[in-house]
Design a protein around this ligand. Structure first.
Ligand SMILES: [Zn+2]
Length: 198
């Protein structure tokens, strides 16, 4: 059912707090509940950009994309979400995603093992490659994979925080769809340049 007041409230929340992944997720869900599938897509993609580990958001985004007539992107989203859900051990979203992929006639991805290099004991500070100062080290790597690892080991928390803001602008300006490989590559390039990596 369409709850216009809820949508307005959540829209205000995401405007006031643009880093709030759950705020964007809830806004996307309110649109899906109201059968406004096209409108649900942008906030759900933002939720995933802020928090790529949000398994439930992949399910909802794929549903919105499918209902909006975009099965191709729905499959991309589900394939991505399946891997994340599996890595996180989120069995319910993973099974839901597998069912949706089957319904769409798409293959279920093979389980992919992510190599994890254990961190050396850190004193909480790091010599940052971007700002050149000794800054606070992030508690966890900001995302999975070799690049997340590299950032965790060489970029201070405030610099990465600054990138998140910039990255959101890049996504909007270039209309990137982070569930697609090509868009991810563009995003990564901008990020590497901003953080002085590679
Ligand atoms: Zn820094």
């Amino acid at each position: 059912m369409l709850d216009q007041r809820k949508i307005e409230r959540l829209t205000q929340l995401t405007l006031a707090d643009p880093q709030n992944d759950l705020g964007f997720f809830s806004l996307g869900r309110a649109y899906v509940d109201g059968a406004l599938f096209k409108q649900a897509i942008a906030p759900l993609m933002r939720a995933l950009q802020l928090n790529p580990g949000l398994s439930a958001a992949y399910v909802l985004l794929a549903e919105a994309q499918r209902q909006a007539g975009d099965s191709q992107n729905a499959v991309h989203t589900l394939t991505q979400g399946y891997k994340i859900a599996e890595e996180h051990g989120d069995l319910m979203p993973r099974n839901q995603i597998a069912d949706m992929l089957r319904e769409l006639g798409a293959p279920i991805p093979e389980q992919k093992r992510v190599e994890f290099k254990p961190q050396m004991a850190a004193d909480g500070n790091i010599q940052c490659r971007r700002c050149g100062r000794l800054g606070p080290k992030m508690k966890e790597r900001p995302f999975r994979g070799a690049l997340g690892e590299e950032i965790h080991g060489s970029i201070c928390g405030p610099c990465f925080q600054e990138w998140i803001g910039r990255g959101t602008m890049v996504i909007n300006e270039l209309r990137l769809n982070l569930t697609e490989k090509a868009s991810q590559d563009v995003y990564d390039e901008y990020m590497k340049e901003f953080l002085h990596l590679g």
